[in-house]
Write a protein that binds this ligand. Structure first.
Ligand SMILES: *Cc1c(COP(=O)(O)O)cnc(C)c1O
Length: 385
């Protein structure tokens, strides 16, 4: 019957039975190593605040000072009257940082990805995506109206075979560091495949920026790839940058095209200028404070050694994302609950975020952790094995 919500309740009931129901925990503290969750203090091992910048005093001060200068709301979209000098300066600094001609801000990474893909390809074109890409990239591909093809994870040979069949424009899309697995895309071979078939390559390095590369410029810095190699480079600001929003970096032609055509850019209010100002400070810290990357790498190494000794099955990840795949959603939830009781906040990641049968604990590290906290986590993992 129209207006009757009972079909929804059956659906929710089914999610509960499948251990796929999701609920939110109430947090009373800023991002940091210690989080008060549902009233109790826990050691946090699930935040994407990899460098510990989300509550850094200088970033917070910059935000407050800019709010005094610019107010809170930006009033309109960038194309109307919301594009302040603060946004513009951040775009120029992000272009410098990535070694690209220009950068363009978006309000969120989800919007950047859906907007960019649909602006670049449409009916008659083909979009080719790694099957483990972030949901925003997969949704962007589906929404674009282009022919949608997925290739096997990190499998550039499979991609090559799929490219042969393409017509029209071809856009290859991949995570830089895979968000739920922590491994890196095989970028050098993706670049070769793209060039061989005259395809464009788009890399979303939400989890590599700040963490990988000598100056924190992510997987393209690690692999030494230029704007010609990776013409569409996306980063998000809500992870290692510790603020909020996203950007795309590339050629003049790319950025002007997106300003004209990317609907989630055109039809949304600009991020607050104070967020842009805070991000300028976090960008400066992220580049200058190499010790944060070094410390993160040490913590990751300590964890991997300890976990291997415990016989835990790790993924081939050198990033701060260190998943432990357990298989069933029920088991992942149980382990997460056991860790919570022992004082550790670690999230259980279940389908459809990851493929069926690959539910996991997604453990993440931050430069704000110390070695003794990693030791405590390992001890708790040993207890619940
Ligand atoms: C988090 C994430 C996004 C979404 O970014 P938001 O700014 O949170 O919307 C996009 N891509 C990847 C790979 C991500 O991990």
């Amino acid at each position: 019957m129209r207006g009757n919500f009972s079909t929804l309740s059956a659906e929710l009931q089914q999610l509960k039975q499948q251990n796929l129901y999701r609920s939110r925990r109430l947090v009373d503290t800023p991002q940091g190593v210690h989080s008060q969750v549902d009233g109790v203090l826990k050691l946090n091992f699930c935040s994407n605040d990899y460098l510990g910048l989300a509550n850094h005093p200088e970033v917070v001060r910059a935000f407050q000072a800019a709010a005094s200068q610019w107010g809170v709301g930006s009033g309109s979209a960038h194309l109307v009257c919301g594009h302040t000098r603060e946004h513009h300066a951040l775009e120029e600094e992000l272009a410098d940082f990535t070694g690209r001609d220009r950068a363009l801000l978006f309000s969120t990474g989800y919007m950047a990805n859906t907007g960019i893909i649909a602006a670049l390809v449409g009916r008659g074109d083909t979009v080719l995506e790694d099957r483990l890409n972030h949901a925003s990239l997969l949704d962007g591909g589906l929404l674009s109206g282009a022919r949608f093809r997925r290739y096997a994870h990190a499998d550039s040979a499979h991609l090559q075979r799929t490219l042969l069949a393409g017509q029209g424009r071809q856009l290859i899309v991949t995570d830089g560091v895979f968000s739920m697995d922590g491994d890196c895309a095989p970028l050098s071979s993706l670049v070769i495949a793209a060039k061989a078939h005259d395809a464009w390559l788009m890399v979303d390095d939400a989890h590599g920026f700040g963490v990988l590369g000598a100056t924190g410029a992510g997987v393209v810095e690690c692999a030494g790839l230029s704007q010609q190699d990776v013409p569409v480079l996306v980063g998000t600001l809500g992870k290692a940058f510790g603020t909020s929003g996203a950007f795309v970096a590339g050629s003049e032609l790319l950025i002007e095209t997106l300003i004209q055509k990317a609907r989630p850019y055109i039809y949304t209010t600009a991020m607050p200028a104070a967020i842009a100002a805070a991000t300028r400070v976090s960008l400066r810290l992220l580049i200058a404070e190499n010790w944060r990357r070094d410390k993160l790498a040490q913590l990751v190494q300590q964890f991997r050694q300890g976990a291997t000794q415990l016989g835990l099955q790790l993924m081939p990840s050198l990033s701060p994302i260190q998943p432990i795949v357990v298989g069933s959603s029920q088991q992942a939830l149980w382990m997460s609950e056991q860790l919570l009781q022992r004082g550790f906040l670690v999230s259980a990641i279940r389908p459809p975020t990851v493929p069926q049968g690959s539910a996991r604990l997604r453990i993440t590290f931050s430069a704000a952790h110390d070695a003794s906290q990693v030791t405590q986590l390992l001890a708790a993992l040993q207890q619940i094995q």
